[in-house]
Write a protein of this length. Structure first.
Length: 221
């Protein structure tokens, strides 16, 4: 499903998404989407939701897993939801029955605290408006850090193409660094990321983005 996810990947625009749907009609497809950071990619929950809504409007069944851990700051609660779009009420009953069988041995009954916090925010107009404003601000900050990181790399004298850093969206970024470069970055600059080069852009600030650019340039030049 072409929606912003973790890890970051290519997220097509409206025209590309529609072409993807046209191609998918040639096969029997069930679309599944993991949606952990809604609103954080663009700052607009409707913009981030267009693909899911469009696929449903076109009559496709969709499996949607979404989390509020990141976009509501509920890491300790791990609250989210699993939505299955079915053809009719009878199919929905069968799906629900199978889900209950799967759920029972895993966690049986989910904790209520996080769910109630999320429900309160979403169902209270004032709180929902404030939440959307804060998420929009965080998304814009992350986008700005991506731009500043690329600018910093250019200022350092890097001749590599870093466009993928700004093309990607969301909290995380695949830098394209190799494992040995990541290891150098950790040992020489105390900058930490996964060995495949994925870094959390949410942890990049105006105070450390220059240092990060310097370190990345040093291990990639």
């Amino acid at each position: 499903m072409p929606v912003p996810t973790i890890p970051p990947a290519w997220t097509p625009g409206l025209s590309s998404g529609r072409r993807f749907l046209t191609l998918s009609r040639k096969e029997t497809c069930l679309f599944s989407s993991i949606w952990p950071i809604r609103a954080l990619p663009s700052g607009d929950i409707d913009r981030d939701a267009w693909a899911v809504r469009y696929f449903i409007e076109q009559g496709h069944n969709v499996l949607l897993s979404q989390s509020f851990a990141k976009n509501m700051g509920l890491y300790g609660e791990r609250v989210g939801g699993f939505t299955v779009v079915c053809n009719d009420a009878e199919e929905a009953k069968r799906v629900e029955s199978q889900l209950k069988i799967l759920i029972r041995p895993i966690y049986s009954n989910p904790p209520m605290n996080g769910a109630r916090i999320a429900a309160t925010i979403l169902n209270t107009p004032e709180l929902r408006s404030l939440w959307l404003e804060e998420v929009h601000g965080m998304a814009n900050r992350i986008i700005k850090m991506r731009e500043q990181l690329v600018a910093g790399l250019k200022n350092e004298g890097s001749t590599h193409n870093w466009q993928h850093v700004t093309d990607q969206i969301g909290m995380f970024c695949f830098t394209g660094l190799k494992p040995e470069q990541v290891e150098r970055l950790t040992k020489e600059f105390s900058v930490y990321m996964t060995k495949d080069g994925r870094i959390s852009m949410a942890g990049v600030t105006s105070g450390n983005v220059g240092y990060l650019a310097h370190g990345i340039h040093a291990v990639t030049k």
